[in-house]
Design a protein around this ligand. Structure first.
Ligand code: HEM
Length: 194
């Protein structure tokens, strides 16, 4: 993974638990890289070592760390230096996910050797509900995708229920059901207004 991903994990740990906890995690993971370079590629195994060590030191599950990190990445780290790319991808939750592959391709122009994931948006029969498909060469990042999607909804001030409902072990790719909760709120408001 590119260094910016590992640095985002550092960002989150330092912001929530402090620099000493981060140093403890690096010690536990036996990692001596100094500073992560944003534009350098690191072995994916290093990212998983960081997550496992963070889980041991903080007592949180690896899934919840990946989730928190995905959300943090969207709301804070990811925008650093990429604000313009981010803003061009779409101006609501669903449009942004529809434009994600094109946006990742633009990022790929700037950074060689990337292995970008691919996302699809499929409407369901239920109003305001969609299935998001996530295809990747990598395995083990689906909790992070839930966190990324959660951060994305927050970024647009939208309210979505996000849940993984399909797994690559069964279907060859992961999928998530997302439901626009503001529709429920609007209906509740209409009912209570009589
Ligand atoms: C400004 C916005 C964004 C930028 C600059 C960006 C950039 C990147 C970069 C550099 C990587 C690492 C690729 C590699 O090391 O090979 C990556 C991976 C990834 N991105 Fe994005 N990204 C952005 C937004 C998003 C959003 C909104 C999502 C939402 C779902 C997302 C989902 C992912 C996932 C799941 C991975 C890695 C896991 C995998 O390969 O399956 N990204 N992105």
């Amino acid at each position: 993974m590119y260094g910016m991903i590992n640095r985002a994990i550092e960002d989150l740990v330092v912001a929530t638990d402090g620099r000493e906890t981060w140093d403890e995690i690096l010690d536990k993971a036996d990692i001596n890289v100094g500073e992560f370079n944003d534009c350098e590629s690191y072995d994916d195994a290093l990212t998983f070592k960081l997550v496992a060590a963070a889980s041991e030191v903080t007592g949180q599950s690896s899934d919840s760390i990946l989730h928190a990190f995905g959300r943090h990445w969207i709301l804070y780290t990811g925008r650093e230096g990429w604000g313009a790319v981010f803003d061009s991808a779409g101006n609501n939750f669903i449009d942004f996910i529809r434009g994600l592959d094109a946006m990742h391709s633009r990022v790929q122009l700037a950074m060689p050797h990337l292995k970008m994931p691919s996302f699809s948006v499929i409407p369901t029969e239920i109003d305001g509900q969609f299935t998001i498909g996530y295809r990747s060469d990598r395995e083990g990042f689906s909790p992070m995708v839930v966190g990324l999607l959660t951060g994305l909804a927050e970024q647009f001030n939208e309210r979505w229920d996000i849940e993984q409902t399909g797994w690559r072990s069964e279907n060859g790719f992961d999928s998530f059901t997302v439901r626009d909760v503001s529709i429920d709120c609007a209906q509740e408001r209409a009912i209570s207004a009589g």
